[in-house]
Design a protein around this ligand. Structure first.
Ligand code: FAD
Ligand code: EPU
Length: 348
């Protein structure tokens, strides 16, 4: 285990905001992970596990222990109809997808280039281009922080939803994902429903789908190595049918998709139609190619990003009456915090 005190977090998250933490540890085994939670000197400190930090914003100095998950290893088994991959939580997700496609283990290609670790994928049930993690998930193994046992949940037990899972609810702060099981059908079928993928022929190969997705993502989304960001800053809001009809009556061009519990609206469209592309506060700005992405374009502080996010929230709420919810997880001094806090502060 590597231990660092008062460590700068720049290398451990993708927003590129200058922020530090009291203790940072890099763990390579489940035994080390347990050790971190059991050490008497860190017992009273808050703790957070990170993969690649591509979905977090540290809003201030973190007065606790940041645990970097670097549990590595991939096992592959197969039966007549499926390949089964067991992947340790600290494996790099985009590398895993690339490797699986090159090894003729198809099924993950639509989830190419999503930054992060394998162990983070179930937390928000990552999704892109017509599929979600739940579509390839067999099981999730987590370390229970009450019993220190590793427990296996079946896909059904994970309560996956849009950017949602049991790890954000019943198991919040009680579980560290240490491994995932993926089940990939040998009888591969391409998922080509998402707009730009429809240009591919039905008999295309997994590599062609992979390449097409990498091409779309490279054009649309900023590379965190060049420009700090955390992907979509807000979730696409899911409205009731009645709320959607009211919105669509005023804005007939609104981009929407059917969702299991209503109608999902493209938040990027809502923000774009507010004329906010390129809008900047301090060093933080709305990305020119994708209005749903907030970027660190000029040494942004966390406060710049929060002020910009607050502005976006207000513009969208005022214009459409739709309340956006941030997808990016805000990590405060000792716990997770939410944009509501700043919105309420400004109201009072
Ligand atoms: P982190 O940011 O390190 O952690 C995210 C949250 O999960 C934190 O609350 C953390 O405490 C918790 N967590 C992390 N690991 C564990 C663990 N092992 N056990 C328990 N809790 C844990 N997301 C999509 O769904 N689809 C996309 O298309 C997409 N595109 C993106 C594009 C860009 C350019 C960027 C920067 C981000 C994008 N994202 C996307 C968001 C991000 O890639 C995903 O949320 C990813 O799963 C985060 O992985 P991570 O390892 O970086 O998680
Ligand atoms: N749009 C605009 N202007 C914009 C952005 C989008 O008008 O600036 C409209 C376009 O009409 C476009 C539609 O919104 O057709 C949807 O945009 P896009 O296809 O780029 O997808 P998204 O809804 O903005 C979601 C996910 C992404 C995921 C893509 C592809 C969320 C919050 N975001 O974005 O995930 O990669 O679909 O499936 O669901 C992430 O979660 O970090 C992320 C990047």
């Amino acid at each position: 285990m590597q231990i660092y005190l008062n460590e700068n977090l720049s290398a451990y998250h993708t927003f590129g905001i200058q922020q530090s933490c009291q203790v940072l540890v890099v763990v390579d085994t489940v035994a080390e992970l347990m050790d971190v939670y059991r050490r008497p000197e860190w017992q009273s400190l808050p703790k957070i596990v990170l993969g690649k930090g591509s979905n977090v914003l540290f809003t201030e100095f973190y007065q606790g222990v940041v645990i970097i998950n670097r549990l590595r290893g991939i096992d592959v088994r197969e039966d007549e109809n499926h390949y089964f991959l067991h992947v340790q939580g600290g494996e790099d997700w985009p590398e895993l997808v690339k490797w699986s496609v090159s090894q003729q283990l198809p099924g993950l290609e639509n989830l190419a280039m999503i930054p992060g670790c394998a162990g983070s994928a179930p937390i928000q049930n990552i999704g892109a281009y017509g599929i979600e993690f739940q579509d390839v998930c067999d099981y999730v193994d987590y370390l229970c922080l009450k019993t220190f046992q590793v427990i296996r949940l079946s896909r059904a037990e994970c309560s996956f939803g849009y950017r949602d899972s049991i790890f954000k609810h019943r198991l919040y702060q009680q579980a560290v994902v240490v491994g995932i099981g993926l089940k990939l059908a040998k009888a591969w079928q391409p998922h080509l429903k998402y707009g730009p993928l429809q240009q591919l022929a039905g008999n295309c190969s997994p590599t062609e789908v992979f390449d097409c997705i990498c091409d779309i993502r490279t054009r649309k989304l900023p590379d965190p190595k060049q420009v700090g960001n955390a992907g979509s800053f807000f979730k696409n809001p899911v409205l009731t049918e009645a709320q959607f009809q009211t919105l669509a009556a005023n804005y007939p061009d609104v981009v929407s998709y059917p969702a299991s519990s209503g109608v999902k609206v493209a938040a990027g469209w809502l923000i774009d139609q507010c004329g906010l592309k390129g809008f900047q506060i301090g060093g933080a700005a709305i990305h020119e190619q994708q209005a749903l992405v907030l970027i660190n374009c000029q040494h942004a502080t966390a406060s710049d990003v929060i002020r910009l996010a607050t502005h976006v929230y207000r513009c969208v709420h005022e214009k459409y009456g739709v309340a956006l919810e941030h997808e990016v997880r805000f990590i405060g001094r000792s716990s997770e915090v939410y944009l509501d806090m700043w919105l309420k502060e400004q109201q009072s």
